[in-house]
Design a protein around this ligand. Structure first.
Ligand code: V47
Ligand code: SF4
Length: 385
């Protein structure tokens, strides 16, 4: 153990249960479900932060990853009715929404020709007319135009609906989507797995087992994926740990997850607007406990459009080693729910500055964490776009 400061902090901890958990973490032993709940309930922010930062530095040193990506949201029309969603328009009201054709989406892809983006992230509502055939055509068109662009697309909510409509099993559906060009899955649609909460906030979409089995099928085809957790609304701490426990178990089996992304619930213009948002202290505790509980997840990511740039900087001392990407101002799912960033877009120079301001090492990555460029000693004036 290289940092004696952290050993002293754990040795001086007065709460005997927390001290034991701290010792387990420093010995690289797995913490239990009960330990996870106790960390949330009794761990001080400084204790959690110091431990999570120690784990982060053991795994990644000061490296802080970002990528250059853009988003496409094919539609905000959705057959489901998640209570936290400020974004979707029910099919019956689809004149208020948007539905992009393949040509319109290819126009977006082509607008990035010649620009150094490495990933397109495609996710949206579940439109009954956008089916398996539509999306496999889209995947093939993108690959035909720009084969090296990594396509990270579709949550199990969208995939489950597509597969069921096409009468495909999960394994067959994933294989067809992969063959058409799907490279990896984003982490969305997970929310809170436990049915006690899931039935209250998003009862009509794919359940926990459906979500997990789609990610498992992707992993078994050699694809990687991310996982999210929507926190800070009506769930209790143990629901968060239950959610992470299910992810940790699947990761033990497949090793296919790259990144865990806690998503802070935002309450603007949705059916849960009466629910208060979490404080920054609670946000930082969430990131720290995620880093401590998910010992088999390589990366923990802060999604800056949702948290705001300064809070995202803070998370880099609470277990986070990835800060997503340059994104672009087309991402509506957050701006419509009251995120900090109404038009999320950061240049590479902005991202590098943000990371350097907190003395971390900015590294551009591909979707699968292949390192593209270390920006530690590159002058800002030499960074373009
Ligand atoms: O599943 C919807 C969330 C998610 C609200 O994998 C909300 O790299 C907060 O998963 N307050 C979709 N969150 C987005 C997503 C994502 C984002 C960035 C990167 C990656 C990745 C994945 O957005 C949904 C839902 O949990 N969401 N409404 C809201 N009011
Ligand atoms: Fe539809 Fe996704 Fe919104 Fe739920 S969160 S209503 S699945 S767009």
């Amino acid at each position: 153990m290289k940092d004696t400061g952290i050993s002293r902090l754990v040795a001086l901890e007065k709460n005997a249960d927390l001290k034991k958990i701290g010792e387990k973490i420093l010995n690289k032993e797995r913490i239990s479900f009960e330990d996870g709940v106790l960390l949330f309930e009794q761990g001080s922010l400084s204790f959690l932060g110091a431990l999570a930062n120690w784990v982060r530095e053991e795994k990644h040193g000061d490296k802080t990853y970002f990528n250059r990506n853009f988003h496409i949201e094919p539609t905000n029309v959705c057959v489901f009715s998640c209570k936290f969603c400020a974004y979707s328009k029910l099919y019956a009201h689809r004149e208020e929404g948007w539905e992009l054709s393949i040509d319109q989406m290819m126009h977006i892809v082509k607008s990035y020709d010649g620009k150094p983006v490495t990933e397109v992230h495609i996710v949206g509502g579940v439109h009954p007319k956008m089916d398996m055939e539509f999306f496999t055509n889209l995947l093939r068109s993108i690959k035909a135009h720009r084969p090296e662009l990594h396509i990270k697309a579709f949550t199990p909510v969208e995939l489950d609906y597509m597969f069921r409509k096409a009468k495909l099993s999960t394994v067959e559906g994933m294989r067809l989507a992969h063959e058409a060009g799907l490279d990896s899955l984003p982490g969305g649609g997970a929310e809170i797995f436990h049915p006690e909460i899931r039935t209250q906030i998003c009862e009509d979409k794919v359940d926990a087992n459906g979500w997990l089995s789609i990610h498992q099928a992707a992993h078994e085809l050699g694809m990687h994926s991310n996982a999210t957790l929507l926190y800070g609304h009506i769930e209790k701490y143990w629901h968060r740990i239950d959610h992470m426990e299910r992810l940790r178990q699947l990761q033990d089996k497949t090793g296919g997850f790259n990144t865990f992304i806690p998503l802070k619930f935002r309450n603007k213009d949705n059916d849960m607007s009466h629910v208060a948002e979490s404080s920054v202290i609670e946000d930082l505790k969430m990131y720290a406990v995620s880093r401590l509980y998910l010992d088999n997840f390589p990366h923990v990511k802060a999604y800056w459009p949702m948290l705001g740039r300064q809070n995202a900087q803070l998370t880099l001392n609470f277990g986070v080693n990835d800060i997503d990407g340059t994104i672009d101002d087309t991402t509506k799912i957050y701006s419509m729910a009251g995120s900090e960033e109404q038009t999320p877009s950061m240049t590479t120079a902005d991202l590098v500055t943000l990371i350097k301001q907190v003395n971390r090492q900015p590294v551009e990555r591909g979707t699968l964490y292949n390192e593209i460029r270390d920006y530690s000693s590159i002058a800002l004036s030499l960074i373009h776009i």
